[in-house]
Design a protein around this ligand. Structure first.
Ligand SMILES: [Zn+2]
Ligand SMILES: [Zn+2]
Length: 285
């Protein structure tokens, strides 16, 4: 993270899939470094329940220099569940199929508030309350003005008793400012049928691909995936891009992994340290 200019002090939460060494050993050095850098803000670590004794053990020996609170948030779920929720972002955990309890994570931007169409704003002169209502996607009902009827842009007049109300529909006078983006992190796992559904439509899918397809029997035995398993998941999920990684020590030729996955899913990239995958905001108007 330091090498690529990412501030480790800004870390707020860490999401651990499972407690195999290749997924947790780096954490302890990181915690010590943060301690030495004088961090005081609490740090959340989302991880399976059996991470607790490991963390306790580490802190009992090396915790003296760590002045901040290390909060372990145990993850336990057998279907996608929201484990982190802010105004702009939600994070879901979902179980994977590995040798021990393992979770994938889906990072998803929330649907943004709708924007008011400029012409409609000029036409109707919405009050602050009405703007709030419309931005939430709800319709506005107000008494119709004397000349409102034939010429208005949107909405329609509806009669209730003798009153004439003007119904202004949010869908007519607002628009979605951008399309929310998502990133799914899937490591380590053997393929299973629900997975593609759980990461459906994600813009960027990271999926482990430990083996080339000719070692499929190894993959099955060790509860891992091949390039083709990862590509098939991306295809079934309708993902925007696929990033693969977690290569077996038996073959580090990333071009071979990439080429093989691309036979099924052309927008595949074999991850290297330091790679950046852009997910530009797609403006809707
Ligand atoms: Zn593992
Ligand atoms: Zn692993």
């Amino acid at each position: 993270m330091k090498r690529y200019g990412v501030s480790i002090m800004k870390l707020d939460s860490i999401f651990i899939s499972h407690i195999h060494g290749d997924h947790v050993f780096g954490l302890f050095g990181l915690l010590s470094t943060l301690g030495m850098m004088g961090r005081t803000a609490p740090l959340n670590i989302y991880a399976p329940a059996h991470f607790a004794p490991i963390l306790r053990f580490f802190l009992s020996y090396y915790g003296e220099g760590i002045a901040f609170e290390v909060r372990h948030v145990p993850v336990k779920t057998d279907a996608p569940a929201v484990i982190y929720d802010t105004k702009a972002l939600e994070i879901l955990a979902f179980p994977l199929n590995h040798k021990l309890e393992t979770y994938g994570y889906l990072f998803r931007e929330k649907e943004p508030e709708r924007n008011i169409d400029k012409d409609a704003l000029a036409r109707y002169g919405f009050t602050r309350t009405e703007i709030g209502t419309l931005k939430q996607g709800q319709d506005v009902l107000r008494p119709a003005g004397p000349d409102e009827g034939a010429t208005f842009l949107n909405g329609f007049i509806r009669h209730s008793g003798t009153e004439r109300d003007l119904l202004i529909r949010a869908q007519d006078v607002t628009y979605r400012p951008w399309k929310p983006r998502s990133y799914a992190y899937v490591s380590d796992t053997a393929p299973f049928p629900e997975l593609a559904e759980w990461v459906k439509g994600t813009d960027l899918l990271y999926h482990e691909a430990t083996y080339l397809a000719d070692l499929a029997d190894q993959a099955v035995q060790r509860h891992h995936s091949t390039t083709l398993d990862a590509a098939r998941c991306a295809l079934q999920a309708g993902a925007g891009q696929l990033v693969i990684g977690h290569y077996s020590s038996r073959c580090q030729d990333t071009a071979a992994y990439e080429a093989e996955a691309r036979t099924l899913f052309p927008r595949t990239f074999a991850a290297q340290d330091g790679d950046v995958f852009d997910l530009p905001l797609e403006k809707c108007q």
